[in-house]
Design a binder for this molecule. Structure first.
Ligand code: BG6
Length: 506
């Protein structure tokens, strides 16, 4: 049964491909991302037998700590976040490869300690000089760390490989992204740079390509002849929690539209790639991003707002400005929406509406392709009063699946037609739980397998789309609000109403 499960990582279905001898160095090991995602993912990979026996994980952080405390912190993080069952022998295997280096990132002594530690690991655990450097720090530290990797001779090593993994945000506009790309290409060859967009590691995001290109019935209608518009929604019910330092000044558009939502849009809109190798995929995504136009009328076709106090999970919650460490005059948006048009023959006249926000009604990410109405309907207007437009909804999370919404006759003597759903749910069709995005992405880094990592061109094209929107918002003096627990500001509803459309209520 498991062998036939198409959701499994393909490497598990064939002979599992195990990463060769190597280690990973995580900068910012004490941070939220490392604790919640990276460490559990490394345990899960160990548990699935996909890491080499001598694998080592070196935590590098500014605050010094004893190896005993470090191991205990990692254990807590794994226990809290791992997807696969806890097994003491697997944990012991992982713990044997844990090392810690403490010290300031801008001091040579810390780096010398790291160099020595890596040499020891190569000797003790046979990692063969193959090391991945994972930058999970605030983005302001990226340039310094990259420069130091070069200075201390860590960016190259004869026949061994050296790879660098960059977390988002990749710059805060086109200029800064270009500067970072220039710095990176000065230190690492292009093929050794892995930019993380964790949405690309999600099974359901990869399924967009399977859905479109493995089936014959959808592609013929996947164009402006049949599609009215597309809505891409990433709604979260959480607020910013303790992430003020990261989030304020960044906002929803830079945080998730520049990367996750524009990547989703590219996957939904792109032409069929010649193959699924990294090069062919990126070429097709780039064509979409290069042809995507920011809204012509920013005032009419964008919306941005901040959450005010309201409700979440049955509890009263504070507004953004009342969150810890947020300046009282902050104008950072926690909700962003915009209309994007793609100037290609396939998509001309089909708007893509993107929206993302925190403290919305519930957590859901989905892509809804909304079709045009039938050109003629041989029914009375009362019969089809409750009939909407056909739509195909790809649910990325949390309730992973695909829904087709169409009209059906209401049982009875009258010809009354109403919308119904036809549903596919991953949970019902496949027995195995999907690997976490970070499991897939970390393994791909260690295998040197690049298709799921955006290339510098994609990142820069995405900023080109977003920069004018963000600059326009920066010029707006005031920012709209929406009560926590609702579906965003009135301005977002108005934005769609102007085009004669409404947002879906997922
Ligand atoms: C991250 C954003 O990239 O994605 C966060 O920085 C957001 O603000 C998170 O909460 C959501 O990820 P997921 O996988 O839970 O949809």
């Amino acid at each position: 049964m498991i062998a036939n499960n198409p959701l499994r990582d393909p490497r598990d279905r064939r002979l599992p491909q195990i990463a060769g001898p190597c280690s990973i160095v995580i900068f910012g090991i004490t941070g939220d991302l490392a604790r919640r995602k990276l460490l559990p993912a490394i345990y899960d990979l160990t548990n699935r037998g996909l890491l080499p026996p001598g694998f080592a994980l070196i935590g590098f952080a500014r605050h010094d700590t004893s190896i005993k405390d470090f191991v205990s912190d990692v254990r807590d993080a794994v226990k809290a976040g791992a997807r696969t069952p806890w097994r003491e022998n697997i944990w012991k295997q992982m713990a044997a490869g844990l090392r810690f280096v403490g010290g300031a990132f801008d001091e040579d002594e810390s780096w010398e300690r790291l160099v020595t530690r890596l040499q020891e690991i190569d000797d003790e655990r046979g990692t063969g000089g193959n090391h991945a450097f994972y930058l999970s720090t605030p983005p302001t530290l990226f340039p310094m760390i990259i420069a130091r990797l070069k200075k201390h001779g860590l960016a190259e090593a004869g026949n061994a490989w050296r790879r660098v993994v960059i977390e988002k945000p990749f710059g805060h506009n086109l200029n800064s992204a270009q500067e970072l790309n220039a710095l990176l290409s000065d230190v690492f060859p292009r093929e050794n740079v892995f930019r993380i967009d964790h949405y690309l590691g999600k099974e359901t995001v990869q399924n967009i390509l399977a859905f479109r290109f493995a089936n014959g019935m959808f592609e013929p209608i996947w164009n402006s002849n049949y599609v009215d518009h597309v809505q891409i929604t990433m709604a979260e019910d959480i607020g910013i929690g303790s992430r003020a330092g990261y989030y304020d000044g960044i906002g929803a558009a830079r945080d998730v539209i520049q990367n996750h939502l524009l990547q989703l849009m590219a996957l939904v809109a792109m032409e069929e790639p010649v193959s699924f190798n990294a090069y062919s995929l990126r070429i097709e995504k780039q064509k979409i991003l290069a042809n995507a136009r920011p809204p012509e009328r920013m005032d009419l076709h964008t919306a941005h707002a901040q959450y005010a106090e309201g409700w979440a999970g049955g509890e009263e919650v504070p507004g953004y400005l009342q969150e810890q460490d947020i300046p009282a005059d902050s104008t950072t948006e926690t909700f962003a929406a915009m209309r994007i048009d793609i100037a290609t023959r396939r998509w001309a006249g089909v708007p893509f509406y993107l929206r993302a926000g925190k403290r919305l009604g519930r957590r859901v990410t989905e892509v809804a392709v909304v079709f045009k109405r039938a050109p003629h309907q041989p029914f009375g207007s009362n019969d089809v009063e409750e009939l909407g437009q056909n739509s195909l909804v790809m649910r990325i999370q949390p309730d992973e699946g695909v829904t087709l919404r169409f009209g059906a006759k209401v049982p009875g003597t009258a010809m009354e037609i109403r919308d119904v759903n036809m549903d596919f749910a991953y949970g019902g069709a496949f027995v195995e739980s999907s690997p976490e995005a970070y499991e897939r992405l970390i393994l791909d880094v260690l295998l040197g397998d690049p298709p799921l990592f955006p290339q510098l061109e994609e990142v820069e094209l995405a900023w080109k789309i977003l920069d004018p929107v963000i600059e326009y918002w920066a010029r707006c003096k005031n920012i709209d609000t929406y009560p926590s627990g609702t579906w965003g500001p009135v301005s977002a509803d108005k934005m769609l109403a102007r085009d004669g459309r409404v947002w879906r209520r997922p």
